[in-house]
Write a protein that binds this ligand. Structure first.
Ligand code: SF4
Length: 317
């Protein structure tokens, strides 16, 4: 059981243990794209992904206009995002911070470009970690060597999209890589002692509890150290929004979501840190389900149900 005596490995406790105190993330738009959008492996992206590449809550602050050196413009924007953060009230809430590259695929560039953008964020001594969200097909040995080069000074996390171990669902959601590709990337990163956090989604089109069970069983056999559990929500201007409109997709109810998350927690390996147990839907873009806006309902519902059923992480693992 962890320090706050909750029934699962909570991220805040993990950060307190690792960094000695409360540690907050600075969400950064690193100006990257995604191979599933630029035509390298697809053009329309994953069916649930919005125009900001899963970073709708970050305001874009760079522009490609009036510049010949796009990368330098983006680097300036990255540094500005960090200095703006430290100038805001948010920076008063902790002493240690994580530079978190969130939108799109943050290892999707050559190593020189990647280094310039990561360096542009690591400009304040209060930053103790570098976290990079990406796709497993954007992980190479060269990129891992770059990430590893930061490990002397910073803790390094890599978040990998996965969503499901069912490759048929993977095709349906237009993920653009297989579960095998995910496993290869996890193994390469874990071999170099880089912490990997897998994203999974609950409520994907056509998926049942059995699919979620298989996904958790699958992940339990990989060397991931953390998991982010997302509720599938529908935002405007996505393929999933069209499916919702055409009645080809029905979102889960809150009760169904809570029941599934309880199942995940009970079957998840005991050492895995749970970084997130719900999605963070952008209010102005959300079409359904509306309960997604009420994070407290979701978290309280999960905690109450864990208590009521005397359930804890790994109980049935
Ligand atoms: S991999 Fe990520 S950024 Fe790319 S389309 Fe899918 S969700 Fe969006």
């Amino acid at each position: 059981m962890n320090t706050s005596n909750t029934r699962y490995n909570h991220l805040n406790d993990y950060f307190k243990n690792k960094f000695g105190e409360r540690t907050l993330k600075i969400c950064i738009d690193g100006g990257f794209s995604c191979p599933n959008r630029d035509g390298t492996c697809g053009i329309s992206g994953c069916i649930f992904c919005g125009e900001q590449g899963s970073g709708e809550n970050i305001k874009k602050s760079y522009s490609f206009e009036n510049t010949i050196d796009i990368n330098s413009n983006i680097c300036k924007s990255i540094s500005k995002q960090v200095t703006d953060y430290f100038a805001s009230y948010k920076a008063t809430r902790a002493n240690k911070f994580i530079a978190y590259f969130q939108n799109f695929s943050n290892t999707y560039a050559d190593v020189k470009t990647l280094k310039s953008r990561y360096d542009a964020a690591l400009i304040d001594d209060r930053i103790v970690a570098l976290a990079v969200a990406t796709r497993p097909d954007c992980i190479t040995e060269e990129i891992i060597a770059l990430l590893k080069s930061y490990a002397n000074k910073y803790h390094v996390f890599v978040e990998l999209g996965f969503q499901t171990s069912n490759d048929e669902t993977g095709k349906l959601i237009n993920r653009g890589y297989s579960s095998e590709t995910f496993v290869k990337a996890v193994n390469l990163l874990a071999d170099k002692n880089i912490e990997v956090i897998a994203h999974v989604m609950v409520g994907l089109p056509g998926e049942t509890l059995k699919d979620v069970a298989n996904t958790i069983e699958f992940l339990n056999h990989t060397p991931i150290s953390g998991i982010k559990i997302h509720s599938t929500y529908v935002i405007k201007n996505t393929k999933l929004a069209q499916m919702l409109e055409n009645k080809e997709y029905t979102p889960l109810t809150l009760e169904e979501y809570i029941k599934t998350v309880i199942y995940i927690i009970a079957h998840l390996r005991k050492d895995i840190i749970i970084h997130r147990i719900s999605g963070d839907a952008p209010k102005d873009l959300l079409l359904a389900p509306s309960w997604n806006l009420h994070k407290k309902w979701i978290i309280n519902g999960i905690e109450k149900n864990l208590e009521k059923n005397d359930c804890w992480q790994g109980k049935f693992c």
